[in-house]
Design a protein around this ligand. Structure first.
Ligand code: TRP
Length: 486
C-alpha cells in the first residue's frame, strides 16, 4: 500500500460515514421512484419483495463494497486493484472499478435532470405558479416544464453546479458538512409531512396500500423491478459507497454501519410512501400514475388542502436536498480517482468532471424536448442511460463484487476487514457466494429474455437451485481459489 493510501482523508465525525452514505442512499429513488413503483406494481406485495432484496442482496453487497473501499483506501479502480493484488488475483479485476465509476457518472447524467424537476417545482410552489390548476393543467404544466430546453437546462445546470461546488470543497469540508445538516433537516421535514398526511384523512388507506400483502398482484416484472431498485436505492455497484468506504476509519464496524444505512434508507422510502399516499388517497387520486406521481398528482392534491402550498414547499425542499446528497456521492469516485492519479487538485478535478457532466446531462435533458426523436431501438438518450445502468451495469458490478469477495480474495483479509463474529461471517459468506449471485443472475436471465421467471410459482425450483449451487460451490471453492489467484 502506498503512503498516499495510508494517509487518505477520513470522515471527521463519528457519524460522518453513516450520514454521508445514508445521504447517498436516500434520494430520488426513495421519494420519487419507490412510491410510484409501488403504485404501479400493486402495493404490499412489491414492498415485501423489495424488502427481501434489500436483505438478501443489498446488505451483503454493501458490506462487500465498504470492505473493499476501506481495505484498498482509494477510488474503486485503485482500491479493487490493491485488494486483489494483495490476494494474488489478476489486475483485470480493476475493470470492475472502471465500470463502477462509469456507472456512477452515467447515473448522475440523468439524475441531475430529475433533480432539476424537483428544484423547478420548488420554484413553482414558491412563486405560486401552480395555484388554481386542474388535473389537466398539471399534465400540461409538467409537459411545458420539459418543453423548453432553456428552462429544463437551467435547472439541471443549477443541480450540476451545486453538486460540483460541494464536492470541490472536499470530503470533510464539502460532503460531510453538507450532509450533517441536510440529513437531519430532511428527516424533520418528512416527519412533519407524515403528520400532515395522517391528518389528511387518507392515512388508513395508505397503510393498507403499502402493507397489505396481496399475492395476486405479484408479477415477475414487479419482482425484477424490486431487485433493480434495491441496487439503485442503496447506491450500490457504482462507486459511491465504495469510495465513501475508503474514508471510513479502521475502528468503525462495517456490519453495524451497513445495517444502519440500509434500515434508514428503507425507513425513509416507507415514510415517503406514508407522506405521499395519504394525500393522494384523500383527494381521490390514482396511486398508479407513474413517474409523474409526485410532480402531477401530489402538487394537485396539495392545492386542495389547507396549508397545502406550505407543505408543498416543504416537500420539494426535502426532495431537492435528498437529490443533492445523492448526486455528490455519484461523482466522488471520479473526483477521487482524478486527484489520486492525475496529480491535480480536488478543485480542478471537480470543475473538469463538472464540465463533462454538464455536456452529457444536457444531452440527456434534451431527450424531453428537441431530442425526443433521437432514439435508438425506441429509447431516447435519457432512457438509455437509465436502462444500461439499472438493468445491466449495477447488477453486473454487484455480481462481480460478490464473486470477487466470495471466491477470489483471501478469506483472512476479509475476515480481518469485516471483523464479524464467526457465525455472522459465515452467513455473510453464504450470501455473497450463493444467494446474491443467484438473485442477480435471475435479473439477467429475465432481462435477456431467456426466460420469464414467475417467482410466484417457480420459487421452489429457485430454492432447489440454491441448495445445489451451494453444495457444488462449497466443494469446488478451494479449486476456484487456486484457479483465480489466492
Ligand atoms: N440511492 C440514490 C437514490 O435512491 C441514488 C444514488 C445515489 C445512486 N448514488 C448512486 C444510485 C449511485 C446508483 C448509484 O436516489
Amino acid at each position: 500500500m502506498t503512503n498516499d493510501a495510508q494517509n487518505r482523508t477520513q470522515w471527521l465525525g463519528r457519524w460522518g460515514f453513516v450520514l454521508a452514505a445514508t445521504g447517498s442512499a436516500v434520494g430520488l429513488g426513495n421519494v420519487w421512484k419507490f412510491p410510484y413503483m409501488t403504485g404501479e406494481y400493486g402495493g404490499g406485495a412489491f414492498v415485501l419483495v423489495y424488502l427481501a432484496c434489500i436483505l438478501a442482496i443489498g446488505v451483503p453487497v454493501m458490506m462487500t463494497e465498504i470492505a473493499l473501499g476501506r481495505r484498498g483506501r482509494g477510488s474503486p479502480i485503485d482500491a479493487i486493484r490493491r485488494v486483489t493484488s494483495e490476494s494474488g488475483g489478476t489486475s483485470l479485476w480493476s475493470l470492475l472499478g472502471w465500470m463502477a465509476m462509469l456507472c456512477g457518472f452515467m447515473i448522475l447524467c440523468f439524475y441531475v435532470v430529475v433533480a432539476g424537476w424537483s428544484f423547478s417545482y420548488l420554484w413553482k410552489m414558491l412563486t405560486g405558479g401552480l395555484a388554481g390548476s386542474s388535473v389537466d393543467d398539471m399534465a400540461a404544466i409538467f409537459g411545458a416544464n420539459n418543453e423548453s430546453p432553456f428552462n429544463l437546462g437551467f435547472w439541471s445546470t443549477l443541480v450540476t453546479v451545486a453538486t460540483m461546488v460541494i464536492v470541490g470543497k472536499g470530503v470533510q469540508g464539502g460532503i460531510e458538512k453538507s450532509v450533517s445538516w441536510m440529513m437531519p433537516g430532511m428527516v424533520v421535514m418528512l416527519v412533519i409531512m407524515i403528520a400532515y398526511g395522517a391528518l389528511s384523512g387518507g392515512f388508513g388507506e395508505a397503510l393498507h396500500f403499502l402493507f397489505a400483502f396481496n399475492a395476486g398482484s405479484l408479477s415477475s416484472e414487479g419482482m425484477l423491478a424490486a431487485m433493480g431498485h434495491a441496487f439503485f436505492t442503496l447506491s450500490l455497484a457504482s462507486g459511491a459507497i465504495l469510495t465513501y468506504g475508503s474514508y471510513l476509519p479502521r475502528n468503525a464496524s462495517i456490519g453495524r454501519t451497513t445495517l444502519t444505512v440500509a434500515v434508514a434508507d428503507t425507513l425513509v422510502a416507507l415514510m415517503a410512501g406514508l407522506a405521499i399516499f395519504p394525500v393522494i388517497f384523500a383527494n381521490g387520486m390514482e396511486p398508479g400514475s407513474g413517474p409523474g406521481l409526485i410532480f402531477m398528482s401530489l402538487p394537485l392534491a396539495f392545492q386542495a388542502m389547507p396549508l397545502g402550498t406550505l407543505f408543498g414547499i416543504l416537500f420539494f425542499v426535502m426532495l431537492s436536498m435528498a437529490a443533492l446528497t445523492s448526486s455528490i456521492s455519484m461523482v466522488e469516485a471520479t473526483v477521487s480517482w482524478l486527484t489520486d492519479n492525475k496529480g491535480i487538485s480536488r478543485r480542478t478535478a471537480s470543475w473538469g468532471t463538472g464540465i463533462l457532466l454538464w455536456v452529457i446531462s444536457t444531452l440527456a435533458m434534451l431527450s424531453f424536448n428537441v431530442g425526443a426523436e433521437w432514439t435508438l431501438a425506441g429509447k431516447h438518450f435519457f432512457g438509455w442511460l437509465d436502462y444500461l445502468t439499472s438493468r445491466w451495469m449495477m447488477p453486473l458490478g454487484g455480481l462481480g463484487m460478490v464473486l470477487l469477495a466470495g471466491f477470489v480474495l483471501k478469506s483472512e483479509s476479509l475476515r480481518e476487514e469485516l471483523g464479524l463474529s464467526p457465525v455472522v461471517h459465515g452467513l455473510w459468506l453464504f450470501m455473497v457466494r450463493y444467494v446474491s449471485p443467484l438473485g442477480i443472475l435471475v435479473i439477467f436471465v429475465d432481462a435477456l429474455g431467456i426466460a420469464k421467471l414467475q417467482f410466484g410459482s417457480h420459487w421452489p425450483w429457485l430454492l432447489l437451485a440454491l441448495v445445489v449451487i451451494t453444495l457444488v460451490g462449497e466443494l469446488a471453492s478451494p479449486r476456484l481459489k487456486r484457479a483465480f489467484g489466492a
